[in-house]
Design a protein around this ligand. Structure first.
Ligand SMILES: [Cu+2]
Length: 352
């Protein structure tokens, strides 16, 4: 009798140990979605959804609708954009590493084309493209686990892929690390894209897509956030002197690499290519087509700071120009502004 109860005890202990080992082996149990499913907050550029404050993984539902719509690309010029969520770039998606994402893709009834989505944050066939072939008026759904933290591009991958991307079908998804990103005062969503129209730059009216120019990689417009002027004038980004700024910067392409630079600022940190490691004290950072980067800096002094693609003819002749307007008191110990301007005595030119 005694022996029997001992063996039962050992059996119970062994089971308990087994369960613990299994629990460790499948980070599965600890990393299973906790609590009720959460509907993801989606934002149009330049806005970013609020930071995630959860300390456990969740099931997150993303509901994204493709809409084909005519919008302004430049002053007096419109274009038939194909969009994720009604904006170019598409809605910003923010999840946490370890989240299980239930992704719903709708394609509005008014669409003329089928669309799908390839999220670079997805581990699986086509990044979800195969699972989301969606006809106009239909909805598809698949689920993925956000395994890797980082800032990722998503885009449509329906053939002809280049044309769907060239029409504005891209956006960003941020997978926050479990501990979150360091707190900052302001976060912005900026994404570059190149556009190819039949008409020349500035030619008014609705401009059709030029496949020939796209294949030749000769864009008519290179812009931030889907249109020339999307980040200037009343649309300029704003901050106060002393605030810390984080920009989630993407490049939808389809063709060009961006030399992203903010005139009059130095990036304190650049999470190169949207990954986990950061470089410090950077002037200009490359953002590949289909890639992203996170830049951080402090707005030390007031002024208009100009966002550019430093392949500079694009900026002044094709539209890739934005403004970050920083208000506040001048700090003359950091920057004085002009202190003098005068003639100086004529002599032999330098270099003689
Ligand atoms: Cu598409």
């Amino acid at each position: 009798m005694k022996r029997k109860s001992n063996s039962l005890l050992y059996y119970a202990l062994a089971c308990a140990m087994g369960a613990t080992l299994a629990g460790n082996a499948f980070a599965g149990d600890a990393s299973a979605p906790q609590g009720e499913p959460i509907k993801a907050v989606l934002t149009a550029p330049p806005m970013v959804p609020p930071p995630i404050t959860r300390s456990t993984p969740a099931k997150v539902i993303v509901d994204l609708e493709v809409v084909e719509k005519e919008m302004k690309i430049s002053e007096g010029v419109t274009y038939n954009f194909w969009t994720f969520g009604g904006s170019v770039p598409g809605s910003f998606i923010r999840v946490r590493q370890g989240d299980t994402v239930e992704f719903h893709l709708k394609n509005h009834h008014s669409s003329h084309m089928p669309h799908n989505i390839d999220l670079h944050a997805v581990t699986g066939t086509g990044g979800g493209a195969e699972a989301t072939f969606t006809l106009p008026g239909h909805e598809t759904q698949f689920t993925f686990k956000a395994l890797n933290p980082g800032l990722y591009v998503y885009h449509c991958a329906m053939p002809p892929v280049g044309m769907h991307i060239a029409n504005g079908m891209y956006g960003l998804i941020l997978v926050e690390p479990p501990e979150g990103l360091p707190k900052v005062d302001k976060e912005f969503y900026v994404m570059q894209g190149d556009f190819y129209t039949e008409g020349k730059y500035g030619e008014p009216g609705l401009q059709p897509f030029s496949l020939e120019k796209a294949i030749d990689e000769h864009p008519t417009y290179v812009v931030f956030n889907g249109a020339e002027g999307s980040l200037t004038g009343d649309n300029a980004l704003t901050a106060k002197a002393g605030e810390s700024i984080r920009m989630f910067v993407g490049n939808g392409g389809p063709n060009l690499v961006s030399s992203f630079h903010v005139i009059g600022e130095i990036f304190d940190k650049v999470y190169t290519e949207g990954g986990s490691k950061y470089q410090e004290n950077v002037q200009t950072t490359l953002v590949p087509a289909g890639g992203a980067t996170i830049v951080e800096f402090k707005a030390d002094v007031p002024g208009n700071f100009v966002l550019v693609d430093h392949s500079i003819f694009r900026t002044f002749h094709k539209g890739s120009l934005g403004i970050l307007k920083v208000d506040g008191e001048p700090k003359h110990d950091i920057y004085t502004g002009q202190q003098s301007s005068k003639e100086y005595p004529q002599g032999e030119p330098a270099g003689k």
